[in-house]
Ligand binder design. Structure first.
Ligand code: FRU
Length: 538
């Protein structure tokens, strides 16, 4: 542990020396203020720049946009403001990965134009060139996004959001905007945005889901240019504590069966279960025109009001990749790992925000109850470098002090299974010697999972960041539990029972987390199959 702390301060110390030497060499006068800024920047990079969650090199990022896969490359676009570290006029930033984990940032893909800023949307590969944008045998990629007209908004109009398209003939590197934009004008709805387009195989047409205030609207098209309104969904169904944003509709097989259901993701802000923004889901059927809730899912909704993809506070506006090969067949998802309650205030300055780890979604149905499960993509585990494995621990209290020579805690996977659980509280504590701690766990008295980040380090940048302890309902008292925890420098993603309940949250410690402990007043529960793994991304 001492080693690790020593290393950390060493890095900062040597950075400082480097800055001073450099400034002397140049024989220029560097002000104290500049030196402080450089030191802060270096501390921020060392302490807070995530190891395996995508962040832009600099400035503001929010929603993931336009994700598609093509020729061995995963493309991720994102809401991006290149001139500042808070939300501003939106562009689409761009990053590419061959493994979903290590990303290369690319030049900005879409800039605002006369029709407005470029808000969230999607992208599809038009293999058969039915849009006609293709050239010389090259199939176009078509991006479908929202135009947000600032002047219109400032003038108090309500029709300032419209939908536009652009196409790319070089695998998403450069884009040409359609000269007849907008392709869908505003029908008189203030919040009218975030088109997510899929190819509907059973009905041979493109389907667009669009957020429209407190509901969704579905459109269809044969050529991606002309769109026909089909139906609406959602008024008075599910959570409505805020407006609906960033929908995603797709078919998915129920695990262990041949039956296919349709999943509808809808992000909502505010109105999340633990405050601010989060993503709810619906299960049903889509007939090419209308989305109808599944009967069993309706029953679930009548007990729970809404079901959430992630009960933590930091997973928003997530959607799935398009054009994943049939031989792969996975539903791959990524979310923005922040919350509109405090996204602009988190204590990073050079850049703001990261994405969640990419996740594979699956649908489980058990006793007429659905669970939209998510787990980290398996590609992450190709980067495992060191493992600590314990089949079973007789002790009911483990206390791992981890350091670089064993396993670090800033690019880490922790898994274990608990059994013989009682009516008690089980606390998975992550902490450091500076007194920062993150308390994660199961309260089997209240039937709740929780994350408490109140003492996790820097928290006073926003009251809302620690206004409550995040909770997710466990439907009953649990006798056993499977836990998977992904830890980066400033985020924890917890997956219970193979991703049936997920909680993702940010934290900003004063020094790296170093220790892990499972604590309970129960002296007889069992810990099995404990695995602590450290990744190496070099
Ligand atoms: C969701 C959202 C979208 C919108 C974008 C603007 O976080 O509000 O509805 O398109 O962000 O940046």
């Amino acid at each position: 542990m001492k080693n690790r702390k020593f290393r950390f301060f060493n890095i900062i110390f040597f950075n400082l020396i480097f800055i001073l030497v450099f400034s002397c060499k140049k024989n220029s006068k560097v002000s104290e203020h500049e030196i402080t800024a450089l030191i802060e920047n270096s501390v921020e990079e060392t302490l807070y720049r995530p190891n395996f969650h995508f962040t832009p090199k600099a400035n503001w990022m929010n929603d993931p946009n336009g994700m598609f896969y093509l020729n061995g490359k995963y493309h991720l676009y994102f809401q991006y403001y290149p001139d500042g570290n808070v939300w501003g006029p939106m562009h689409w930033g761009h990053a590419i990965s061959e493994n979903l984990i290590t990303w290369e940032e690319q030049p900005i893909a879409l800039y605002p134009d006369d029709l407005g800023l470029i808000f969230s949307g999607s992208a599809v590969v038009d293999k058969d060139n039915i849009s006609g944008f293709g050239k010389d045998g090259v199939s176009p990629i078509v991006a479908i996004y929202t135009y947000h007209n600032m002047e219109g908004e400032k003038a108090g109009e309500i029709d300032f959001q419209t939908q536009g398209i652009a196409f790319s003939l070089d695998e998403g590197m450069t884009w040409i905007k359609y000269d007849k934009n907008p392709i869908i004008s505003n029908p008189g709805i203030k919040d009218f945005r975030d088109p997510k387009v899929i190819w509907d195989n059973s009905n041979d047409k493109w389907i667009m889901s669009l957020a429209a205030g407190n509901k969704l609207m579905f459109y269809s098209s044969l050529n991606l240019k002309d769109w026909k309104f089909e139906s609406e969904f959602g008024e008075n169904i599910g959570a409505h504590g805020g407006i609906w944003e960033c929908p995603d509709l797709f078919p998915i097989k129920i695990e262990g069966s041949d039956k296919t259901n349709w999943v509808l993701l809808v992000s909502i802000n505010p109105g999340a279960p633990n405050g601010g923004s989060a993503t709810q889901y619906f299960i049903g059927d889509f007939d090419g025109s209308t989305f109808t809730l599944d009967k069993d899912f309706s029953n679930q909704l009548s007990n729970q009001n809404a079901l959430w993809l992630d009960y933590g506070r930091d997973n928003y506006a997530g959607v799935t990749w398009s054009n994943i090969a049939e031989t792969d067949g996975r539903k791959l998802f990524i979310g923005w790992m922040s919350n509109w309650d405090y996204a602009r205030d988190v204590p990073t300055f050079k850049w703001r925000s990261s994405m969640t780890v990419p996740r594979e979604l699956s649908l489980k149905k058990h006793n007429n109850t659905y669970h939209l499960k998510s787990l980290p993509v398996e590609e992450l585990y190709h980067f495992v470098e060191k493992s600590l494995v314990k089949d079973s621990l007789s002790n009911n209290q483990i206390n791992f002090e981890l350091n670089n020579s064993i396993i670090g805690m800033t690019k880490t996977n922790i898994e274990f299974e608990l059994s013989d659980l009682k009516h008690n509280i089980y606390n998975f504590l992550i902490y450091n010697k500076l007194g920062d701690s993150l308390s994660i766990g199961l309260d089997n008295l209240k039937n709740e999972f929780f994350i408490n980040r109140k003492k996790s380090g820097k928290v006073n940048f926003s009251e809302k960041f620690v206004s409550n302890i995040s909770k997710a309902r466990a439907l009953k008292t649990l006798n056993q539990l499977k836990v998977k925890i992904l830890l980066d420098k400033t985020s924890v993603e917890v997956f219970y029972n193979d991703g049936e309940v997920v909680m993702s949250e940010l934290f900003f410690p004063n020094g790296p987390m170093e220790k892990f402990n499972i604590i309970s007043d129960d002296k007889t529960f069992k810990i099995e199959n404990l695995k602590i793994q450290e990744f190496d991304f070099k």
